[in-house]
Ligand binder design. Structure first.
Ligand SMILES: [Zn+2]
Length: 156
């Protein structure tokens, strides 16, 4: 899914018990740790480019793939959240947007562009999903977000 959708899913699902900004951040964190860092590095080195559609894989540095695997694995997510929950249960709850991000990316990435290895490094298992950018995924995603937003608004 696109990074903004991830952020809003995190905020909507796990940001209602306080810490809405923490939930927003952790919903997007896996992409910030991979593609966000790439954007930052390219901006700082004046190599900023805006790709229409996914950038060609050969233009993406090797470390982005490793960062993607680390940040898009339930193993890393639940290890970190488990540690945080020992000290701050409230913050750990707001961080659950991280594993939810992985839940969304797993079926909605194709093998051609950053397939999601949900239990990396134990296994490289992936599925050849439907791209989140295709209309049959993206519009239901938008509808789901709007329904969640409306639900949270009504609950307040
Ligand atoms: Zn992602």
């Amino acid at each position: 899914m696109d990074t903004f959708s991830h952020a809003f899913w995190g905020r909507g699902l796990f940001g209602y018990r306080g810490h809405p900004w923490v939930a927003l951040f952790w919903g997007a964190a896996p992409d910030l740790f991979s593609f966000g860092l790439l954007l930052l590095v390219r901006t700082l080195t004046l190599q900023f480019r805006l790709d229409v559609g996914p950038p060609p894989l050969e233009t993406i540095p090797w470390w982005v793939f490793i960062n993607y695997d680390i940040s898009h694995s339930f193993i890393s997510a639940f290890t970190v959240i488990g540690i945080v929950s020992r000290f701050r249960k409230d913050i750990a709850f707001a961080m659950l947007g991280w594993p939810f991000h992985i839940v969304l990316d797993f079926p909605f990435h194709t093998r051609a562009f950053f397939p999601t290895k949900i239990v990396w490094p134990l296994s490289d298992f992936t599925v050849d999903g439907i791209s989140w950018a295709s209309p049959e995924v993206w519009f239901p995603n938008l509808a789901g977000l709007l329904i969640l937003c409306f639900y949270r608004y009504r609950k307040r």
